[in-house]
Design a protein around this ligand. Structure first.
Ligand code: ITT
Length: 204
């Protein structure tokens, strides 16, 4: 089995990623806690690639990163890549978003997730993306999930993310869709590594 370092400090994301990767042949490892990567990119893709690449180089292993966030139409796409930096706790971030949206009638929003896998030399080997359209409620609903889940309503299921079981969230969510696109590429990569088709240059 090849090691895959999961490059996240967010326990909610980590739980979902571990569940989505449980039937693969990769041996998951947590990123060292002290290894924090500054998200200097302007897009989800840049930040996902940056986190995967830096953690791969620092650990000398394959690394997987997820960059995700919420884009609200009436706020011109905010908080977007700044979703994590919108407050200091989940409840702070939710309160700020509800305050900024106020009584706005257009509550349309989407969650975006980009996942990237870097090889031990830091090069990006795989990328995948998923989107989930929905609406921002006026008040939180549900106790499950993490982050903005209690205010993100998915009309197709008539539930917030926080009211869904993990399997239902997986079937409609941005992260579920990104991983659905990632998994076939990941097993193909594993196959190539096992057959010696992927060789990595030794760092000088
Ligand atoms: P890492 O970079 O360490 O992975 P992070 O929390 O800083 O963790 P991001 O920079 O990607 O992650 O920020 C994503 C933000 O969007 C963060 O506040 C999350 O809680 C939130 N978010 C992402 N996916 C979500 C989901 O499925 N449900 C609710 N909130 C989500």
């Amino acid at each position: 089995m090849t090691k895959l370092v999961v490059a996240t400090s967010n326990p909610g994301k980590l739980r979902e990623m571990q569940a989505y990767l449980k039937d693969t042949d990769w041996e998951l490892q947590l990123k060292p806690e002290e290894l924090e990567i500054e998200e200097t990119g302007e897009t989800f893709t840049e930040n996902a690639c940056l986190k995967a690449s830096e953690v791969a180089k620092a650990t000398g292993e394959w690394a997987l990163a997820d960059d995700s966030g919420l884009q609200v139409y009436a706020l011109n796409g905010s908080p977007g890549v700044y979703s994590a930096r919108y407050g200091t706790s989940d409840s702070d971030r939710i309160a700020r978003l509800l305050r900024e949206l106020g009584s706005e009638v257009n509550r349309k929003a989407q969650f975006v997730c980009v996942v990237a896998i870097a090889s031990p030399d830091g090069n990006i080997a795989i990328q995948a993306e998923g989107l989930c359209p929905g609406e921002i409620l006026h008040a939180p609903r549900g106790d499950g999930g993490f982050g903005y889940d209690p205010i993100f309503y998915v009309p197709e299921k008539q539930l917030t993310f926080a009211e869904m079981t993990p399997d239902v969230k997986k079937s409609v969510s941005h992260r579920g869709k990104a991983f659905a696109a990632l998994l076939p590429q990941l097993s193909n990569l594993q196959f190539k590594i096992s057959n010696g088709e992927v060789s990595l240059q030794n760092p000088q």
